[in-house]
Design a binder for this molecule. Sequence first.
Ligand SMILES: [Zn+2]
Length: 395
Amino acid sequence: MIKTTTLTPKLVKPKSAKPKLAKPRSAKSWPATLRLGQVISLLFIMACHAGYAAEHAIILQYHQINPTLSSDTSVTPEQFQAHVDYLKANKFNVLPLEYIIERLRQKKTLPEKAVAITFDDAHHSIYKHAFPTLKQHDWPFTIFVTIKSVDANSRSFLSWEQLREMGQYGATIANHSISHDYLIRRSHQASYQDWQAKVIAEITQAESRIEAETGQSHRLFAYPYGEYSAELLTIVEKLEFTGLGQHSGPIGYNSNFLTLPRFPVSGVFAELKSFAIKLASRPMPVINKTFRDNHGNTLTTHVLPHDVVKPVLELQLSGSNTQLSQLNCFASGENAIPIFIADLHEGKIRTQSTQDIGIGRSRYNCTLPTGEAGSYYWFSQPWIRLARDSKWQAN
Ligand SMILES: [Zn+2]
């Protein structure tokens, strides 16, 4: 049995009445937005996989589909089509995100090769360049909507009308806040209570609005910029939402459902070879993780004081550890970083960047061969390092 990680914040259940938002649909009921063809496809998948055997799935994360713009957050229509063709040719099962999450949360198996496709920010290009091919394949997908962008009535973003239309074809409309602000960042002027009230409003008002406009409420929240803190996770848990980040990795039975990883597949990550490796990945069997500073002191959170420039990540992995010597870890902007096997028998390793990590967001990614050709266990640890004279505080 896998234990919870040492970093799971001690979350306290709310004493007040539960929020008035609608409950998420149970995994037993099909998403109401699925049209008949998709329900039949899902039933067919279930029939073909009577023994549903997988305990993991992959969530892909896109932003824009853009023929001209090349950036970390965009793919070209040709790249997107190549991804669709790859999923089709290799018999991946594209399933609704909320279905995958509920199955795994309840420790119920999924078909092998289960994948969810997600888009952040509600760019108009989704409608133009992704929706036609997704509709053609009867594949569900999820759009994490920033309310302010949709309400702007800009040609760059989707309209509520388009979101409703895509909802009819199996799109899950989910929550990416009202404003897309940096939610974890509290200015020195704001009180903790003010910050808390603002964050609650960002999440609950966005969910209410999505429900009013589309009839959907799945309580899936994608953190703007993938940034979360222990305090934000407490709020998301109290509100009974699932939280999704932007650090990479597959999801499984033992994932933290407040910080589910997704594989960004835009920009340099759109290349088919790396796309295939991500799709074949499995969750790293991490049973414990600890953060330390250079002096060996334990850090309670991945939001780092300014002077912690080379955070130490300690992991304990379960299962056979004979492959531990094949573990690789990488830091943002750096190639492989050193790994120290602290205890082979206990599966304990320690890794640390050799260069200072930057201010703001960065990551350590670790991979370990599963033993199957081309398949790796994958783990990603996000960091957020504060600036020296930060204009905000981490609560
Ligand atoms: Zn976003």
